[in-house]
Design a protein around this ligand. Structure first.
Ligand SMILES: [Zn+2]
Length: 109
């Protein structure tokens, strides 16, 4: 099957091994795509594991888990990615829907 992140690769060649924890992400874009795939597949633990350690104390597990359960992700567009040392940035737009509500977009860098 094609990977749920929309890369055009197969799931086993893209986010699959990352979500299976058999291979680390090779760069910021791969990490971001795998996090998006985790949202699609509702792998909440993977999202927690890959949250920036500097911000995990701000992460509200219960509300995030509830939010994820009610949301479905319909598309990912990676606009730009850059890597510098061990830090990377990715600019992306994720489209999602809550219940039967209107489609929403989340633009983040
Ligand atoms: Zn993927």
């Amino acid at each position: 099957m094609n990977c749920v992140c929309g890369s055009g690769e197969t799931y086993d060649d893209c986010c699959g091994p990352l979500l299976a924890r058999t291979r680390p992400a090779l760069g910021p874009e791969a990490l971001m795509r795998s996090r998006y795939a985790a949202y699609v597949l509702k792998d909440f633990d993977y999202i927690v594991e890959t949250t920036d350690p500097d911000t995990t104390h701000l992460f509200d597990h219960d509300s995030n888990r509830a939010w994820l359960a009610q949301s479905s992700f319909v598309g990912l567009q990676v606009l730009a990615s850059a890597e510098k040392g061990s830090r990377g940035t990715v600019e992306f737009i994720a489209r999602y829907q809550r219940g039967d509500g209107p489609q929403q977009t989340h633009h983040e860098r």
